[in-house]
Design a protein around this ligand. Sequence first.
Ligand code: GLN
Length: 224
Amino acid sequence: MVAKKNDNSSGIIGILDLQGGVHEHLDHLHRLGIAGRKVKQAADFDNLAGLIIPGGESSCIFRLLNIFEIKNPLLAACRQGMKIWGTCAGAILLAKKVVGENACLGLIDIEVERNSFGSQLDSFKSEARIPEVDADSIPLTFIRAPKILNAGSTVKVLLKIGDYIAAAENDNILVTIFHPELTASTAFHRYFAAKCKVSCRINTESRADEGWNYCSWTRHARIA
Ligand code: GLN
């Protein structure tokens, strides 16, 4: 069987829809006027310019990739030109080395340590300037995040904070240990779209959409 070429002509970016923050990424793509597609089975990879692997629980997504039999179709699509961005758990799945555990996809030469900041209660927000990605400072949300401990020579570090790397890329893969989809900023989604050669039909400034307040992970509880 001849593998179908993945190119950017479709202008579609997929979101791996097994577990985790799928809708938040779709929402950000939608805000930029980019067509997004949920990806759950092998046929869904056809003609994707890019794929986002969302944050969630990497061990769960790892198992579901095997149960749904889409690990090999994903790797084949990547070989055919599909770019991939992993946020948090997604970055863990893309890493070549995971401290104390088996690596899953091994598509970028980084070593990650899961839950490296502590428990869910040690989650935090910050911000940083990443000149390659945006002229403005970018808000960063870390949720039970891994640390990228080191990166090989094929990897470009986009953001280093103290002793760990927080964002990095190679020619085909982008990884962030934080969650741009849980902030108002569309800077990283625009950056990934450019990597996929997909154009944004809506030209928002990264912080222009002040009205954005999509925080499904911090819904207000009604306390009687
Ligand atoms: N701690 C999770 C894991 O190891 C990642 C958390 C996240 O994606 N926000 O898979």
